[in-house]
Design a protein around this ligand. Structure first.
Ligand SMILES: [Zn+2]
Length: 294
């Protein structure tokens, strides 16, 4: 599943390869990826033909291309989506869903949305060039220069949910995802069930800093695909093989203390942690229990 660094690779690739181009034709090969556009597949295409691409932006795991009329082409990669820049004569990919012919700055190139499982999608957001209304509720991500660390710490410290749940709360912080949350918590030596209001500002800043480092590392390693004229995302960057300390390593020794990494169920997914480096909170608090039991 593409995580935020992969989506940032896509955004940067679009910025490099298709900015300034004009969309000359849109071919929707399967209706599902444009299901969230109220115009329907034909209206979706009509709203894009003739438009020029003026910027490539991102909020969390959503990316969008600003259009010269103030609208935006908004996209999400879902579980398996890819945005490819290809020569038009390149054979169609097996799961090609939408193709955009381009002229001008990207003459002789085609933008292609490829998605096997089709949890991702595209829509035209009216007046969405600066920030699409559909995603305005999503918080900034820690790689965003305008992310406010102190505001995150203040808000997290008012919450009784576990820190992992907070890291996955898109209204508080976006783009962290299950893998990066587990890795950040392992690095900060914090158990994911520790409630926000029981963590100090120092600890929360540390967790946030580790999340940012993990994501920056992944971004650096995904960045190699910038140079190709092939903007690709498949969620299987080499990062996952080389650099993970906790995620997916159940039963393997902790890289810090040697204790076996443990896996527990978490919100229909899994959490991985070191039971020694990241001790579980001693007593889950019940509603009405006092903040300080001493
Ligand atoms: Zn350990």
């Amino acid at each position: 599943m593409p995580e935020l660094p992969e989506v940032e690779v896509v955004r940067a690739g679009l910025e490099r390869h298709v900015l300034g181009a004009q969309i000359t034709a849109v071919d929707v090969l399967h209706p599902r990826p444009v299901r969230r556009d109220p115009r329907g597949p034909e209206g979706f295409a009509a709203a894009l033909v003739g438009r020029r691409l003026t910027a490539a932006r991102r909020r969390g795991k959503y990316f969008w291309l600003a259009l010269d009329n103030g609208d935006a082409l908004l996209g999400h990669l879902g579980m398996s989506g890819q945005m490819l820049v290809q020569p038009p004569q390149a054979p169609p990919e097996r799961h090609l869903r939408v193709r955009f012919a381009l002229s001008g700055a990207a003459e002789g190139r085609e933008l292609r949305f490829v998605d096997q499982r089709m949890f991702g999608g595209l829509l035209v957001s009216t007046d969405g060039a600066d920030l699409p209304a559909e995603i305005a509720h999503i918080a900034r991500d820690p790689l965003d220069p305008e992310f406010d660390d102190e505001d995150f710490v203040r808000r997290a410290r008012r919450r009784t949910s576990g820190i992992k749940r907070l890291l996955l709360d898109q209204n508080l912080i976006s783009g962290v995802g299950n893998i990066y949350a587990d890795e950040a918590l392992w690095r900060a030596r914090v158990h994911g069930d520790r409630p926000g209001d029981r963590l100090t500002g120092v600890r929360l800043r540390q967790v946030l800093g580790e999340a940012r480092l993990v994501m920056t590392d992944a971004l650096g390693q995904g960045g190699t695909s910038f140079d190709a004229l092939y903007v690709n995302v498949n969620g299987e960057s080499g990062y996952f093989d080389r650099s993970l300390h906790a995620y997916g390593r159940a039963g393997e020794p902790c890289d810090r203390c040697g204790a076996p990494i443990r896996r527990i169920a978490f919100m229909n997914r899994s959490s991985y942690f070191c039971p020694v480096c990241q001790p579980a909170p001693r007593r889950p608090r019940r509603p009405g229990q006092r903040r300080s039991p001493v």
